[in-house]
Structures are given as C-alpha cells and as structure tokens.
Design a protein around this ligand. Structure first.
Ligand code: AR6
Length: 172
C-alpha cells in the first residue's frame, strides 16, 4: 500500500500524469469535481469529450474514457462515471468497482505511472462514503499488485469527512 498517497487538496492543483474525473454519462461537464476539472483545464478537454460523444454516444456508468488534460498540470484526464446511490439494490457497489477498474485499464493501456483519484460518486451521487472508500481501496490494492508500472496513486480528498475516513482506514 506504500504507493498510495492520501491528500486533502483540490485535484486540479496536484501535478500528476493522469487526473481521474467523476463525470456523468453525457461527458459534457457538470458540478463538483467535474466542473472544477473543466474550468481549470479549459476548452480542449470538452472538445475531446464532444468528439468521443459523437463517436460512441458518451460514457456508460462504470466505464471510462481518456482525453487531454488541457491546461491542468497533467497529461491526461480519465473521465469515469460512477453510479448514483439509490438504495444499494441497484448494482451500485459493482458499478463503482467497475468505474475504478475501467480507469486502471486505461492507466495500463497508456503506460501511466502516476494517477490522482477523487472520491468518485460520494458527492452529488450520494454513495455512502465509508463503503465507497472500501471499494476504492480494494480495487487500487488489486491493480497495484497487477501493474508494477504504477509508481503512485494519489487519493485526493476534498471534503474533511472523506479525508478523515481514508486516514483511519489507511492507519495514518
Ligand atoms: N478536487 C477533488 N475532489 C473534489 C473537488 C476537487 N476540486 N470538487 C469536489 N470534489 P462529485 P459524483 C469531491 O459531486 O458524486 C457532477 O455534476 C467531492 O467532495 O464531484 O461522482 C458530474 O457531472 C466528492 O467527495 O461527483 C456528475 O453529474 C467527490 O469529489 C456528478 O457530479 C465526488 O463528488 C457526479 O457525482
């Protein structure tokens, strides 16, 4: 687990090779971290998202696509779509796991060595934060074992609650 770095920060400010975005199926931007990434990254990101939309009609829940990072301190943005939390009976856990896995698939494909994740689905999509953290850490742990090329995974928490609970789980 020593390749995992926990940060309390704005993900758009942390230099890294790839920044993961918690997007929606339209890929056209939104609020939360998605809004922050498009604002800080500039129009080049949206232009590539629109091309992907034209080609494949957006991004399904649990999938991920990759674009330039525009003006962000990164090379790529990986846009994934986490699930809305309903009641836990709508495949939410599997879909969140798939969102993280889809990001790591692109990380492997593009030879990415450093990547920052926000706490996908735990804002506007209201996924319970402890459960989301457990799912995120299990997938990250598995993917780090499977991909020795990854040097660092940043978990960038924006809200105090996520930062505190990740600190506890990671024993920091
Ligand atoms: N840096 C890092 N984390 C952030 C930042 C930031 N600048 N801003 C917010 N967060 P959310 P979701 C955290 O709502 O729940 C959008 O409208 C926030 O504290 O951004 O997956 C999309 O277009 C929370 O822990 O994403 C979708 O429609 C985490 O990011 C929808 O929201 C995720 O919160 C996706 O909802």
């Amino acid at each position: 687990m020593n390749k995992i770095v926990l940060l309390k920060d704005d993900i758009t400010k942390v230099p890294v090779e790839a920044i993961v975005n918690a997007a929606n199926t339209s890929l056209l931007g939104g609020g939360g971290v998605d809004g922050a990434i498009h604002r800080a990254g500039g129009p080049a990101i949206l232009a590539e998202c629109q091309k992907i939309r034209n080609r494949q009609g957006g991004c399904k829940v649990g999938d991920a696509v990759i674009t330039t990072a525009g003006d962000l301190p990164a090379k790529y943005v990986i846009h994934t779509v986490g699930p809305h939390w309903h009641d836990g009976q709508h495949d939410e856990e599997t879909l969140l796991k798939n969102a993280y896995l889809s990001c790591f698939k692109l990380v492997k494909e593009y030879g990415i060595q450093t990547v920052s994740f926000p706490n996908i689905s735990t804002g506007i999509y209201r996924f319970p934060k402890v459960l989301a953290a457990e799912i995120a850490l299990a997938v990250i742990d598995q993917c780090l074992r499977e991909n020795a090329n990854i040097e660092q995974v940043n978990l960038v928490c924006f809200d105090e609650e996520n930062y505190d609970l990740y600190s506890k789980i990671l024993g920091q």
